[in-house]
Design a protein around this ligand. Structure first.
Ligand SMILES: Nc1ncnc2c1ncn2[C@@H]1O[C@H](COP(=O)(O)OP(=O)(O)O)[C@@H](O)[C@H]1O
Ligand SMILES: [Mg+2]
Length: 225
């Protein structure tokens, strides 16, 4: 059974004066253990699709299934807290918390005991390739690549199985970009996460197991899916 199945999903932004069909009749599946890239021109509906996959909103029509269960029937707050996490181009770390505290934060929300949360946070920081000296650093003291790694560690801290990333390397230089893509691949291939990355970057798309291209809200696959 697919981790996520998108079935004939459309999404319309409705305002008083206009309606914009940002996603049109999209159908696709996403399997655990794979890295997917979603590409396409600006305004083609990529971020809207990602927000539907993240459970931030429900489709206007069609449905998204999570391991066979309709998203509409799930507790979406719980889905967002415990199953799917999103990483953004701008990292969005809490500036007044250290790297370690940033990673601990989602676990505290879930009611994990502090010593256990600290231990898991240290482990995750190691898994994303950062050293102990990072623990006490504030975001402003870290490079973009390091901040993005901390953001990924924080996204994983809730223990979910789905990692969604909207242009995660958009603010990184090419060396850091390569490292972050390698990390995302490892998380998918070695640890079994479903990783979905929106990207404009041909290198990132090349590293993915499958590429979905969006155009005017519609989705095409490249045959590798
Ligand atoms: N909050 C919103 N309200 C109204 N229209 C929106 C909103 N967000 C995005 N759109 C429109 O939906 C379409 C798809 O946007 P988006 O999903 O952000 O595309 P992409 O991420 O590919 O650039 C665009 O026409 C955009 O202007
Ligand atoms: Mg976007």
């Amino acid at each position: 059974m697919s981790m996520l199945s998108v079935r004939d999903v459309s999404y319309i932004y409705q305002s008083k004066y206009q309606s914009i069909e940002a996603v049109r009749h999209v159908s696709c599946v996403f399997e655990s253990g794979k890295l997917y890239a979603v590409t396409g021109p600006s305004g083609s509906g990529k971020s809207t699709l990602l927000s539907l996959l993240a459970g931030l909103d429900l489709p206007t029509s069609g449905e998204i299934l999570v391991e066979g269960k309709s998203m509409a029937s799930l507790d979406r707050d719980q889905y967002r807290r415990e199953i799917a996490s999103v990483v953004y181009q701008s990292f969005n770390l809490f500036p007044l918390l250290t790297a370690l505290e940033n990673v601990i934060y989602p676990m505290e929300l879930l009611g994990k005991k502090k010593p256990e949360a600290v231990e898991i946070a240290m482990q995750l920081i190691g898994e994303v390739g950062l050293g102990e000296k990072t623990y006490q650093q504030f975001p402003i003291m870290m490079s973009g690549g390091e901040q993005q790694r901390v953001a990924i560690a924080r996204a994983l801290a809730a223990g979910g199985k789905i990692l969604l990333a909207d242009e995660p390397t958009g603010n990184l230089d090419s060396a850091n970009e390569k490292n972050v893509v390698e990390l995302l691949r490892t998380l998918a291939h070695k640890q079994g996460y479903l990783v979905i990355v929106i990207t404009h970057n041909p290198y990132v798309a090349e590293q993915a197991d499958a590429v979905y291209r969006m155009r005017d809200g519609e989705l095409q696959t490249d045959g590798r899916a």
